[in-house]
Design a protein around this ligand. Structure first.
Ligand code: KE4
Length: 448
């Protein structure tokens, strides 16, 4: 019942590498063809064939209010009526910068860019300029976008020189990237003791969301902060996902840690292309044109993206994050109980409005643990859920998310679907036999 998606995918593959504009959307990890989405409204999306799904991907994070939120859509319409880009400063940029710096405790100044990758790439350049050092530390399994310095694979033995993790990335670039396991303060201390004088910064996802959802062990982030301070290494919190997801102050407020620099994206753009990096004034004032560290972007601070971000954050400032976190926690616990009744090893970690599903015997605390998850079981789970109208991230290395638009009925239907997926037998799932036609969802103006 996904013929239109399948046909369009065939055409797309003749025009776009892999038929998609970002690899994970190709659903290769779960041997599925991508669905082409025609519309989103609240917690639901509809594909080209009219099948409706409850959406737990939410565009990988931005749609925390749900799709086509009336206030966000109206803000974009208003901005678009005044023009789409000026290449000159506009009030919307200042308004959003004020909102973000007012919301995030450690943030004194911020620069807008157009993606999370631009934010992390620029932030690392700033850290290297400020310290005069070239090396950076990142955690194995954390993802900070596709800029060369981050596409590093662990070399022989951990925390030694890294190897390029993609063709086209020069060895010389990643030789300055040191890899340490996430949640391992001892390995970090050993690295700093050996090499601190050459290290500009450590960049970390305070909650790891790109190896599945892996929570920081108690005290880990505090130890990371203390070690970076002790060895004179800047600490960069990559909050592209956790920013405004864990609350208005992001992970740095949630865990009461004060990073030197932070990066943002996704939610702050309300679904339009936005990233940002910021931190203490003493560092940010080094950014051109105030300082010598060059960083630029034709569409940075785009008025439509700023309007979408500001409207999103305004709604979030009035939202009940604690209630959404409790609902997500209850949902995750119930999902874990349902899946365990199928006699499969499974853990469903959760924090704030996020969760993920690891088919592992032990809880996952690092990338080695994430890699040990049973991919066959995850693939069956993914297909079994998608065929019942539940749209999950097509990889166990991604994180599921709830929005403020998800209803109790959505969660009940999802848990009911999970109870029906045959994980305990080799019986082939009757893939594709499910569909529920939805001509279209109510538009934003109809829901305003
Ligand atoms: P973008 O360049 O994709 O806007 O952001 C890069 C990035 C940086 N930091 C973190 C913590 C991130 O999670 C990301 C991007 N997240 C992935 C999903 N896990 C984007 C999805 C995709 O690549 O299509």
């Amino acid at each position: 019942m996904t013929d239109k998606s399948r046909k369009l995918y065939e055409t797309a593959c003749t025009l776009i590498p892999g038929g998609v504009n970002s690899p994970v959307r190709a659903c290769k990890n779960v041997a599925a063809d991508p669905l082409f989405i025609a519309q989103g409204a609240g917690s639901h999306i509809v594909d080209l064939d009219g099948n409706e799904y409850i959406d737990f991907v939410l565009s990988w994070g931005p749609m925390i209010l749900g799709h086509a939120h009336p206030a966000v859509t109206a803000a974009i319409h208003r901005a678009a009526d005044l023009g789409t880009s000026y290449g000159a400063p506009c009030k919307a940029e200042v308004d959003l910068a004020q909102t973000i710096t007012d919301s995030v405790p450690g943030l004194e100044m911020i620069r807008m860019v157009n993606s999370g990758t631009e934010a992390t790439m620029s932030c690392v350049r700033l850290a290297r300029a400020v310290t005069g050092r070239d090396k950076i530390i990142k955690c194995i399994g954390c993802y900070h976008g596709h800029a060369d310095p981050f596409l590093a694979a662990a070399g022989s033995g951990v925390a030694t020189n890294s190897l390029p993790d993609s063709p086209g990335v020069p060895y010389g670039v990643v030789s300055n990237t040191i890899l340490v396991p996430y949640n391992d303060a001892e390995a970090l201390e050993k690295t700093l003791r050996a090499d601190a004088d050459a290290i500009a910064a450590m960049i970390i996802e305070p909650v790891a969301c790109n190896m599945g959802l892996v929570l920081p062990k108690d005290g880990y982030l505090k130890k990371v902060r203390e070690l970076c301070t002790a060895y004179g290494v800047l600490l960069i919190f990559d909050e592209v996902i956790t920013g405004f997801r864990l609350g208005m102050g992001g992970a740095q407020a949630f865990f009461a840690i004060d990073p030197d620099l932070s990066t943002f994206g996704k939610i702050i753009g309300g679904g339009l292309p936005v990233g940002a990096f910021g931190g203490k004034k003493e560092y940010m004032r080094q950014i051109a044109p105030e300082g010598p560290v060059y960083q630029a972007g034709t569409l940075s601070g785009n008025p439509l993206a700023m309007a979408a971000g500001q409207a999103t954050l305004l709604e979030l400032s009035r939202a009940d994050y604690a209630r959404l976190a409790t609902r997500t926690e209850n949902f995750a616990k119930e999902l874990e109980t349902i899946l365990r009744k199928k006699n499969v090893p499974v853990h469903v970690p959760t924090i704030a409005s996020m969760f993920s599903v690891f088919f592992t015997k032990e809880p996952v605390t690092d990338f080695d643990g994430a890699k040990s998850a049973d991919q066959k079981l995850f693939t069956r789970f993914y297909h079994g859920m998608r065929d019942q109208g539940i749209y999950l991230a097509p990889s166990s290395y991604e994180t599921g998310m709830l929005s403020f638009a998800h209803t109790e009925s959505d969660l009940e239907k999802t848990l009911d679907a999970a109870s029906r997926v045959p994980l305990w037998t080799k019986k082939a799932w009757p893939y594709g036999q499910w569909h529920r036609q939805a001509s279209s969802l109510p538009s934003a103006s109809e829901r305003a």
